[in-house]
Design a protein around this ligand. Structure first.
Ligand code: HEC
Ligand code: HEC
Ligand code: HEC
Ligand code: HEC
Length: 318
């Protein structure tokens, strides 16, 4: 398995570089498990057990743990963990796009034309930026860590086989930092339409990730069982969603693909083909819909009392 998240280690600039302009977002990050894991995970009693079972001597040295718990910067051939999970773990490594995305095409926010702005964003995305609007790409990063698609780490290391993750509940609590477009006045909750997109695409990515994991699994042990249970649960939730929103035929297609390969070992070809198909449909959904026609999903979507942790209150920027 490669690094989880989409961050290319050689192109990591680090949170401080983002915080120069994004002060509020950086403050919000400090209140999260993502930030604190850098200091706390290596001291956790559970870490010792997992590390020992995995033959890892120091979790901050080159180890499997780096991929999900830390942000790693590679310079001159040596790799160094510089923080916990950070801006670039979710928005993509910044080196190639940081100037582009913020430069207003060499003009100002007021003088840049609409088509210049569109071209700027297109260029930033081509250089690896993951914007909030790219729901599929965003979700892929979350699940690449939170499903814990790593057989040895789970079966041999005793690591949790993933989180009981839901993209709405897990993005709208402590992780939320929608303070930029309100100029720091408010930490704006995702709109109802956007929550539907997060819910639907999140479920699809969970199914995709679990199918890939089963395809690669080699032992009839906890990892394979857990991934199969995860895939089956996601399929059932998607089937309910398909019924509730008949106007979005793509959801039915996801369910169909979810059943295209049996959830068993030694079935890699069929499972990976199904996962690839799901990825295509999800990209299409992410590009075509904005959630406004999907109110049928509202009864399934976690309510604020289910959100993971507390969103930081915004403090107006001075
Ligand atoms: C020099 C100032 C500056 C720096 C440094 C900076 N940004 Fe930004 N960022 C901006 C500006 C300005 C915008 C809004 C541009 C617009 O609305 O057209 C923005 C917008 C964004 C958005 C929202 C995009 C959207 O679709 O609305 C994200 C996400 C983001 N930045 C992430 C980052 C990350 C991650 C870093 C560090 C790797 C970073 N920024 C560094 C100035 C900066
Ligand atoms: C594929 C991604 C992934 C890898 C690799 C990984 N972890 Fe984790 N780990 C997670 C996630 C996600 C959680 C959070 C689970 C939850 O709370 O739902 C977690 C939670 C933990 C926890 C409990 C929470 C805490 O931080 O106190 C410990 C301990 C831990 N991991 C240790 C390790 C160690 C040690 C390694 C390397 C041997 C490792 N992890 C590798 C994804 C990963
Ligand atoms: C755990 C993943 C994650 C991390 C870490 C993260 N972001 Fe985000 N970011 C997101 C998601 C998801 C959204 C969209 C949330 C929503 O729709 O409610 C977002 C939205 C944004 C926005 C748009 C805010 C607005 O007002 O609409 C900006 C700007 C941004 N992030 C910048 C940053 C910066 C800078 C950092 C680091 C200090 C950072 N993000 C860390 C996932 C992350
Ligand atoms: C690079 C890997 C990685 C990515 C990407 C990632 N996470 Fe995490 N996340 C973790 C790990 C590891 C932990 C556990 C940290 C700990 O407790 O030590 C965690 C913890 C959390 C927690 C706290 C859970 C609790 O115990 O209360 C939330 C909420 C969360 N993540 C949401 C998200 C969301 C939403 C996204 C995507 C927008 C995301 N994460 C992306 C690795 C990741």
């Amino acid at each position: 398995m490669g690094a989880a998240g989409s961050a290319d280690r050689t192109k990591i600039v680090g949170t401080n570089a983002c915080a120069e302009c994004h002060k509020q977002e950086a403050e919000a990050l400090k209140g999260t498990h993502h930030f604190k894991t850098f200091r706390e995970m290596p001291r956790d009693a559970a870490t010792n057990k997992i590390a020992k079972a995995m033959g890892v001597r120091r979790v901050k040295a080159e180890s499997v743990c780096l991929n999900c718990h830390f942000t790693v910067q590679e310079k001159g051939g040596s790799a160094e963990p510089i923080s916990g999970i950070s801006c670039e773990s979710c928005h993509g490594a910044g080196q190639d796009w940081i100037k582009v995305h913020s430069g207003y095409s060499g003009k100002t926010a007021a003088t840049e034309t609409k088509s210049e702005a569109a071209a700027r964003w297109k260029q930033a995305e081509a250089k690896g930026m993951i914007r909030p609007g790219a729901v599929y790409a965003l979700a892929k990063n979350c699940y690449s860590c939170h499903v814990v698609p790593h057989e040895e780490l789970v079966n041999k290391g005793g690591h949790l086989p993933g989180s009981a993750f839901d993209l709405v509940a897990w993005s709208q609590g402590e992780v939320r930092h929608n303070t930029w477009h309100s100029k720091g006045k408010d930490n704006v909750a995702a709109s109802a339409a956007r929550r539907r997109m997060l819910y639907l695409v999140g479920l699809g990515v969970e199914l995709e990730t679990a199918l890939r994991a089963i395809g690669k699994a080699s032992a009839r042990k906890i990892y394979a069982f857990d991934m199969a249970a995860r895939a089956d649960r996601a399929r059932k939730q998607l089937a309910a969603a398909a019924k509730a929103v008949p106007g979005v035929p793509e959801i039915g297609k996801l369910v169909e693909l979810g059943h295209a390969g049996a959830l068993k070992l030694n079935n890699e070809g069929a499972l990976l083909a199904a996962a690839d198909g799901i990825a295509k449909v999800l990209e299409a959904i992410s590009a075509k819909y904005d959630g406004s026609t999907m109110s049928g999903l509202d009864t399934f979507i976690p309510t604020p009392d289910k959100y993971k942790g507390q969103a930081r209150a915004a403090a107006a920027v001075k």
